[in-house]
Write a protein that binds this ligand. Structure first.
Ligand SMILES: CC(=O)N[C@@H](CCC[C@H](N)C(=O)O)C(=O)O
Length: 371
């Protein structure tokens, strides 16, 4: 297959969680054009499961890619820039899908003993596709015995992969807070309850949670990524909405951060005479790599001539792949793609040569453990 062409096709059609309709139909068309004798295909919502039947199977090994994009206005200047105004593959899922397709194509014509299950999972960026997929009849009937996934890493050079034993990614929780006060004329602030001012105080007070409530030897993040409020420059805002995300390395810190957020919100209600509601949206479980499986993978991958393996630290990114690993042993690793701009940036430009590294590492892995 022409990996670069496929990646660029997919790059043009980013779609957000559970709305990956064009993506699903592109993937299905690609899969239907492969030799079908070893393949079985099921769809689940906008996702797809493809089983490659083994010759003499004793287990099933799952390989998962996410398929959704992000609501970001692309600024790469690529000639194959997103056709979907306001949306972009800014987290590498176009790479992840292309790598999965190239592996699927390879194993549609190369025999292995065990079953391989390729999982094209929707909605990783939110609201989360892994948890409902795990509970679906389609997944349960083909449930793998172990699982693997990768994620692009802009900070590492092409030819490197990075991972570690145990905890790799953080626990996450989305955060949505709606504030309601009393709007009015900008010249009569004393008759109003200004929610732009209340939201500003809320965001400022959040900064003390990590600085003053979390043990400095633990780690947590409270990020507000979006504030919405008001209708016009000379009208005092009746409403404001604050949207963010919480990250923690331990379940205890996540509970503590949420308790502090609730206390601060109560304080804002009292001091600004307003009402507030908190919604934690979707929450992702931390990614824990199985020590034995990832250890064997790192040792063997390091023997490949064009690949270097880095033992990395844990990251505050989240991944709903953590839910798969909660039930099924496996691991996740970073794939170096060497981009000056990072994940979730409008100018993320990963190096397409990294897809070959992923292909080499994964075929070496599957040929070893599925035979
Ligand atoms: C790898 C990556 O960037 N994952 C996302 C996962 C999103 C989690 C959730 N929707 C949230 O915003 O809390 C990340 O932002 O880490």
């Amino acid at each position: 297959m022409d990996r670069i062409a496929v990646r660029r096709d997919l790059h043009k059609i980013p779609e957000i969680g559970f709305k990956e309709f064009k993506t699903q139909s592109y993937l299905l068309q690609f899969i239907q054009n492969l030799p079908q004798d070893r393949l079985e295909v099921k769809t689940w919502k906008t996702g797809i499961l493809v089983k490659v039947k083994g010759q003499n199977p004793t287990k099933t090994i799952g390989y998962r890619t996410d398929i959704d994009g992000l609501p970001i206005v692309e600024e790469t200047g690529y000639p194959f820039q997103s056709d979907h105004e306001g949306y972009m593959h800014a987290c590498g899922h176009d790479f992840h899908m292309t790598i999965a397709l190239s592996l699927l194509e390879y194993y549609s014509t190369h025999e292995v003993k065990d079953h391989l299950l390729f999982i094209f999972q929707p909605a990783e960026e939110g609201p989360g596709g892994a948890l409902p997929m795990l509970d679906s009849e389609e997944f349960i009937s083909w449930k793998p015995d172990q699982m693997v996934a990768l994620h692009i890493a802009p900070e590492y050079p092409v030819g490197t992969i990075a991972t570690k034993t145990g905890l790799l990614f953080a626990n996450t929780s989305e955060l949505f807070i709606d504030l309601k006060g009393k709007g009015g004329h900008a010249a009569y602030p004393h008759h109003t309850r200004d929610m732009v001012v209340a939201a500003s105080h809320l965001v400022t007070q959040f900064q003390s949670i990590v600085a003053r409530n979390i043990d400095p030897l633990d780690s947590a993040v409270v990020t507000v990524g979006k504030i919405e409020g008001g209708t016009k420059q000379n009208i005092i805002a009746e409403k404001a909405r604050v949207e963010g995300t919480i990250r923690s390395l331990s379940a205890e810190s996540m509970t503590l951060v949420k308790q502090r957020i609730e206390a601060i919100v109560k304080g804002i209600e009292a001091s600004f005479e307003c009402s507030a509601s908190i919604d934690y949206g979707s929450n992702y479980f931390q990614v824990n790599n199985d020590t034995a499986l990832v250890g064997e993978f790192m040792e063997q991958a390091d023997k490949l001539s064009d690949v270097s393996v880095i033992e990395c630290r844990e990251a505050m990114t989240g991944e709903d792949f953590g839910y798969f690993l909660k039930e099924i042993p496996g691991f996740m690793f970073w794939l170096g793609v060497n981009s000056d701009s990072g994940l979730h940036s409008s100018s993320l430009m990963p190096d397409e040569a990294a897809m070959e590294t992923a292909f080499q590492v994964m075929t070496d892995y599957f040929n070893r453990i599925a035979n």
